[in-house]
Design a protein around this ligand. Structure first.
Ligand code: NAD
Ligand code: ATP
Length: 536
């Protein structure tokens, strides 16, 4: 810059100008020279000065624009979240009010199920709600009651309006430790303590969790993979057994109920619901979910619950069965054990995903949250251009993904699409969000694992050549136009799946049996060996 100024002063050439003015013979060339100097003075001088100012000014403008953009984005995010929680609060409050009006006084349920609590806590932030449910952050709650938002009802709230006596949900408690044996109570309250200047970690966030029924389960729902004869046959047998031997109320999907009634009218004890809105009334009634199928059926079952999810017992009737540890041939023994309890469970975190449209100007235009158990994928869809995705983590810029797309995965989903895109396999109870690019056009883009408390935002920049497409657990594609953003964080409602043995054992069995992880012939012991030389 300084050398430029020096050259500029020289170029002005006061000496030159004087000499030009003192030469009478130069006639038109003088006039030309004068004109040139004048031009220099009128154009170059201000131009160069203006250049400097313009640079400074544009830098200042850029800083201001960045700050404005940051604050506008932060505000939009906060508004969207607030609107969503307000909407949910109103919805739950009206539902609870409706149920409360009809419900008899609650007896024999745990203290934190009281109706006022059930509604009050909904007004809290999603984060504090999650913590109450034993979610991330302040994990070590000794006891995580699944009934926080659930109310018992009275008559006629049954989704199909037919069986009509709304059943009291079975009460259970969750505790750290294996199969109901509580770990000792030392350090229960804090994860990190700071005593005498020493930082110690007092408890772990991802201990094996055990579910103990306090009252017996009474109502189960069975989700079945469609178009499978073996699944249909087993579901018929299981339905009868649950009804006749265990005296349970059984729900199935409307499609399945129609199939059953077409087979025999003796299945009219099986209950169902009529339209999708009624599904939202299911969770207060269902004690246990049974899935017959593969991993896709577990994802399907979880997606039916937009809030808390009853424990899921997944029977393997698919090809891979990563999340389905129970063998269908032994369903009686398995279900006997589960219904009796205690059982080990894997608490699988879900991601709540929210699209913020650039064109949305009002709170009510915000789209509903979608919960995913595996992952949310943002890809290029049918476009042949690179996706261009700006990614932020709690409003800090992470990176710009240029490639086929990005996967934001739960740790349960780490063995699904994220694995195929080069992400790490992570134990499902490790809290975190996997940030895995799909075919990034870069030599240095390694996948990341982010902590579970962050909010990730992925935005299609305004100058993007094409739109992007979002899909949720491989389903429900939505288009993201330039300026639209996907906001994603850990949901307060995890999915608990029953373990065959316990969480880590089941996970290792799945990666060995399902994915044949690190399968290699063992090296034989005959052959060359290391020679160990003694140190001199
Ligand atoms: N390239 C890929 O690997 C790829 C591509 C698209 C979707 N998917 C996965 O498929 C899932 C949807 O499953 P679906 O059954 O409805 O579709 P699907 O019938 O296409 O099955 C996909 C396969 O992924 C397996 N799978 C699903 N969840 C898993 C998990 N958590 N761990 C290990 N394997 C898992 C299933 O067992 C199945 O074999 C998506 O959530 C996504 O993760 C993977
Ligand atoms: N109750 C259901 N209603 C509608 N679709 C379902 C239902 N259960 C499963 N599906 C869908 O059917 C597909 C196949 O299901 P699933 O993955 O369970 O079986 P699979 O492919 O044979 O097993 P695996 O995933 O182990 O390979 C999935 O896309 C899933 O979303």
């Amino acid at each position: 810059m300084s050398s430029y100024k020096l050259n500029y002063t020289d170029a002005l050439g006061n000496g030159d100008a004087n000499s030009l003015g003192s030469n009478p013979e130069s006639g038109s060339s003088l006039a030309q020279s004068e004109k040139a100097v004048e031009e220099l003075l009128t154009q170059q001088t201000p131009m160069l000065a203006t250049d400097d100012h313009l640079i400074e000014f544009s830098e200042a403008l850029r800083t201001v624009a960045k700050a404005l953009r940051g604050s506008a984005e932060g505000k939009a995010l906060a508004q969207a979240e607030a609107a969503e929680w307000k909407r949910r609060y109103e919805l739950e409050r009206s539902k609870n009010q409706e149920l409360l009006n009809k419900a008899p006084p609650l007896n024999g349920v745990c203290a934190d199920e009281s109706s006022s609590k059930g509604m009050d806590h909904l007004a809290k932030s999603p984060r504090s709600h999650g913590q109450e449910n034993g979610k991330s952050g302040r994990y070590p709650l000794e006891r995580i009651c699944s009934h926080d938002v659930l109310q018992d009802g009275g008559e006629s709230n049954s989704p199909n309006g037919s069986n009509n006596k709304l059943k009291r949900k079975a009460s259970f408690k969750l505790s750290w430790g294996c199969k109901g044996q509580q770990a000792n109570d030392q350090h229960k309250k804090e994860i990190v303590s700071f005593e005498s200047g020493n930082i110690t970690t007092a408890d772990r966030s991802s201990k094996q969790i055990s579910l103990t029924w306090e009252t017996s389960p009474q109502t189960v729902i069975i989700f079945t993979k469609p178009n499978s004869t073996s699944v249909r046959l087993l579901s018929v047998e299981m339905l009868r057994w649950l009804r006749e031997h265990k005296g349970l109320n059984v729900y199935v999907e409307p499609r399945v109920k129609a199939e059953l009634l077409a087979e025999s009218s003796s299945f009219d004890f099986v209950q169902t619901w009529e339209d999708d809105k009624e599904i939202s009334l299911l969770h207060p009634m269902i004690d246990l979910v049974i899935t017959l199928g593969g991993d896709g059926t577990v994802l399907w079952a979880a997606s039916m619950f937009k809030g808390p999810v009853p424990p899921i017992v997944p029977f393997s009737m698919g090809s891979l069965g990563f999340m389905t540890p129970f063998h269908s041939e032994q369903y009686r023994d398995c279900l006997e054990a589960v219904l009796k309890g205690p059982i080990s469970i894997t608490l699988r975190h879900r991601l709540q995903c929210h699209i913020i449209r650039d064109k949305a100007r009002h709170d009510y235009e915000t789209e509903e949250n979608t919960l995913v158990l595996n992952e949310v994928t943002i890809d290029r869809g049918i476009s042949s251009y690179l996706t261009n995705l700006e990614c932020y983590c709690d409003n800090s810029f992470v990176t710009c993904v240029q490639g086929d797309g990005l996967i934001l995965s739960t740790t349960s989903g780490s063995t699904a699409y994220s694995l195929a895109a080069g992400g790490s396999m992570v134990h499902p109870q490790v809290p975190g969000i996997l940030f895995t690019p799909i075919c990034p056009h870069s030599l240095s883009f390694r996948p990341l694992i982010l902590p579970d408390h962050v909010t990730v935002r992925v935005q299609v920049p305004f100058n993007s050549r094409s739109s992007a497409w979002v899909s949720f657990d491989g389903k429900g594609r939505k288009q993201l136009e330039a300026g639209d953003a996907l906001v994603c964080s850990i949901a307060p409602w995890p999915v608990s799946t029953a373990c065959q043995v316990e969480s880590t054992h089941d996970f290792l069995r799945s990666i060995h049996d399902g994915l044949h992880w690190n399968l290699r012939k063992t090296q034989s012991s005959d052959g060359p060996r290391d020679t160990i030389y003694p140190l001199l």
